[in-house]
Design a protein around this ligand. Sequence first.
Ligand code: ZN
Length: 139
Amino acid sequence: MVVRSRGKFRIVDTPALLDDHADRGRDIFHFYLTYFRPIWTDCTCEGYFADNFGMVLWSKSPQKDDLKFLMETNCSKVSHELAHEFLRQAGYKNYKELVHDIWDKHLFASLPYEHYDANNKQTDKDALFATIDTSSLRL
Ligand SMILES: [Zn+2]
């Protein structure tokens, strides 16, 4: 996809999104769902974050209307990036490591995601959203 940014035509990439973020105001949190992976990132989930900025690859399922795929693959990654920002805003100095420790447990230790229904209530059935496990983040 080609966009016009700052008077130039360019391919949408992470720097283009960072420019868009700057144009809209660096003091406002902006989150982007993208069709590409960031070329460079220190994030472990096909996303990228900076202060007041988050982006993540939104993957398409090979099957139509595959809610489980969207929930487990995309919502979990979105919650990963949002967790970085929420923890940063809450003043946690280790907001990157906290999230990546949880993410590693999801990937390598079979830690289940948290699931939520249409009313944003945590559920084990009729789930529409999956997030990283936040039980270790509660005070
Ligand atoms: Zn991360």
